[in-house]
Design a protein around this ligand. Structure first.
Ligand code: TYD
Length: 139
């Protein structure tokens, strides 16, 4: 499924009798070099995370344990919901999409791979501001 450049990724599983191994290499399995990783756990179904857009950072999100949902929208009325519930699948998020992660299972560990180091200034955290910027870019 492709949406606004956001789309699901499926990584090969290198399993044997010892268990599974999933490999994610920058510029090979995902379309950017990985400069930062972080992970989110201890959330539950009452929590909504994200609620921001990034001017410069692309992300890949992988639920390495448990599950959550990711709502992605473009500020122009288009929206899609992705379910992350398998350790060998992920979602690719380009710059400038608004995203929310929610419906976390209690055992969820959400691994986030990012194309840039952290820079608070490239996060847009106000939805009204995001809409204004999208609108400006469209002109
Ligand atoms: P936040 O962006 O709200 O998390 P999420 O989008 O996953 O819900 O980040 C929570 C706090 O952590 C916020 O104060 C910013 C800080 N933070 C960093 O310092 N570096 C990082 O790489 C990230 C992702 C967050």
């Amino acid at each position: 499924m492709k949406y606004l450049g956001a789309h699901m990724l499926e990584f090969p599983q290198h399993g044997d009798e010892r268990g599974h191994l999933v490999i994610v290499e920058g510029q090979k399995d995902i379309p950017f070099d990985i400069k930062r990783i972080f992970y989110i756990y201890g959330s539950d179904e009452s929590v909504v995370r994200g609620q921001h857009a990034n001017r410069r950072t692309q992300f890949v999100l992988i639920n390495v344990a448990g599950k959550c949902k990711v709502r992605v929208c473009d500020g122009k009325g288009n929206e899609s919901v992705f379910l992350l519930n398998r350790p060998h699948t992920g979602i690719y998020l380009p710059c400038m999409v608004w995203k929310e992660m929610y419906d976390f299972s209690a055992d969820s560990v959400l691994l986030c791979l990012a194309s840039e180091h952290y820079d608070a200034n490239e996060y847009i955290r106000e939805y009204d501001e995001y809409l204004r910027i999208v609108d400006e870019e469209d002109k």
